[in-house]
Each structure stands twice: as C-alpha cells, then as structure tokens.
Design a protein around this ligand. Structure first.
Ligand code: ADP
Ligand code: ADP
Ligand code: ZN
Length: 214
C-alpha cells in the first residue's frame, strides 16, 4: 500500500503516519526527518537543506526528488510506504507519478488531514521533538511522563527552530501557495480522502483506518 499524507505543517501528518506504519507494516518516510538527520550529521545535503528550512521555505524539488528516489530503493519499501511531507509541490507529485508508472505502480491513497490555520500556531508552538530519536510530543495534547525528557529514549526535547511563530507564519503561506494545490491534483485522480484533523489523535486515526480498511 502506498499512502501520501497531505496537510498543513502541524496538522498531525507525522503523528498519524507513525501509527499507520505500525498498523500496516510499511515504513514511515518523512522527508523532514531525513533532512534533520542530515543536518545533525552535517552532511552536504544537510547544509544545503538547512538554509531553506531555517527560513520556512521549501528545499528545491530536485534535491528532494533525488533523495526520495534513493530511499525507495531500500528493501523495506517492497510492500509500499507512508510518505509524510512528500510530495509538497506539483512537480514533486509529477516526479513521483512518473517514477511509479514506469513500474506499473501508483499511489493508492492521499489522505488530507484538515486543520484550520488558527489551530496551527498553537499546535506548532507546543510541539516538542526529541533530539535523540525524533519522536514528537505536545506540551498540552501529548505530554511526556517527565517534562522535557523523551518517553521513548530518555534524551531531551527541543522546540524546533522552524516551529517558532515567525517561521510558522511563512511555512503556512508556503503551504497554501505550493502544497495545497496537491489536494485538487489527487482529488482529480480519485484517490483523495479528507479527514478532520481537529479531532483527538485517536479519532483522527480511526477515521484514517475507515478509509484504508482494517
Ligand atoms: P512539518 O511536519 O511540520 O510540516 P517537515 O518536518 O515535514 O515539517 O518539514 C520541515 C522542513 O523541511 C520544511 O519546512 C521544508 O523546508 C523541508 N522539507 C521537508 N519535506 C520537503 C519537501 N518534500 N519539499 C521541500 N522541502 C521539504
Ligand atoms: P505534522 O507532521 O503534520 O507537522 P505533527 O504530527 O508533528 O504534525 O503534529 C504537530 C503537533 O501537534 C505535535 O506536537 C503533535 O503532538 C500535536 N498533534 C498531532 N495530532 C494532534 C491532534 N489530533 N490533536 C492535538 N494535537 C495533535
Ligand atoms: Zn527520543
């Protein structure tokens, strides 16, 4: 099964993708996580990506497409994947379709997690990410057992630089300009499913399972 998660920054794509990956035994591929790992390891790709990410802008399409095509070659992708944060532009979606159709394959579901802009700033300012394993929490909606410490690995939590309100505003406008058109793109293909992302994490997941099937 090949699944795409759509939605504004902070809509809950990562939270849900993680659970989908567990339930359907497919890898969760987050381009944001891959870039952050490259930044942490100070690779050339990481250095390039950082200049865009810090401003809340998108990393150029060709960098992202090359990276994702390499990732698909790994053995764990044999039965599909859930993509979180890719595609984010029409050219990225077209590159994905082209690569898949060359193998007679296609995306099965594009799930749009809908959350209005006014909820997003709160979601992002309360988001905390683990520096060790990348797990995501929320100070109000999904707190850790011990404040500031990751439940999964014990490392410390941070507020991502790009989750500060100034950058979030820019990321939202980039989302509306460049990523929102994908909703129409996948709707026309007949594979779009809309899910109300303002529900509890549990209810959002149940709505997604209703679409994907048990
Ligand atoms: P969020 O989950 O909050 O939407 P991500 O972790 O997916 O954020 O992405 C963080 C940043 O990484 C983006 O603001 C962008 O700069 C970059 N990025 C991630 N995926 C892509 C992509 N497919 N195309 C371009 N830039 C990307
Ligand atoms: P995205 O990957 O779309 O950027 P995340 O999954 O990282 O979004 O979620 C953004 C923030 O909102 C995180 O702090 C997460 O814990 C929290 N969150 C996710 N889903 C919900 C929900 N349904 N209700 C309340 N908070 C949520
Ligand atoms: Zn951790």
């Amino acid at each position: 099964m090949k699944i795409i998660m759509l939605g504004a920054p902070g809509a809950g794509k990562g939270t849900q993708a993680k659970r989908i990956a567990e339930k359907y035994a497919i890898p969760h591929i987050s381009t944001g996580d891959i870039f952050r790992a490259n930044i942490k390891n100070n690779t050339e790709l990481g250095q390039k990506a950082k200049t865009y990410m810090d401003k809340g802008e998108l990393v150029p399409d060709e960098l992202v497409v090359d990276l994702i095509m390499d990732r698909f070659k790994e053995a764990d992708c044999a039965n599909g994947y859930v993509l979180d944060g890719f595609p984010r532009t029409i050219p990225q979606a077209e590159a994905l379709d082209k690569a898949l159709s060359a193998n007679n394959e296609s995306v099965d579901f594009a799930i749009n997690v809908e959350v209005p802009d006014e909820n997003i700033i709160n979601r992002m300012s309360g988001r905390r990410a683990c520096v060790g394993c990348g797990a995501t929490y929320h100070i109000q909606f999904n707190p850790t057992k011990v404040e500031g410490i990751c439940d999964a690995c014990g490392e410390k939590l941070i507020l991502r630089d790009d989750d500060k309100p100034e950058t979030v505003k820019n990321r939202l406008s980039v989302y509306h300009d460049q990523t929102q058109p994908l909703i129409d793109y996948y709707s026309k293909k007949g594979i779009l499913a809309e899910v109300d992302g303002t529900q509890s994490m549990e209810d959002v997941f149940n709505s997604i399972v209703n679409v994907l099937g048990k």
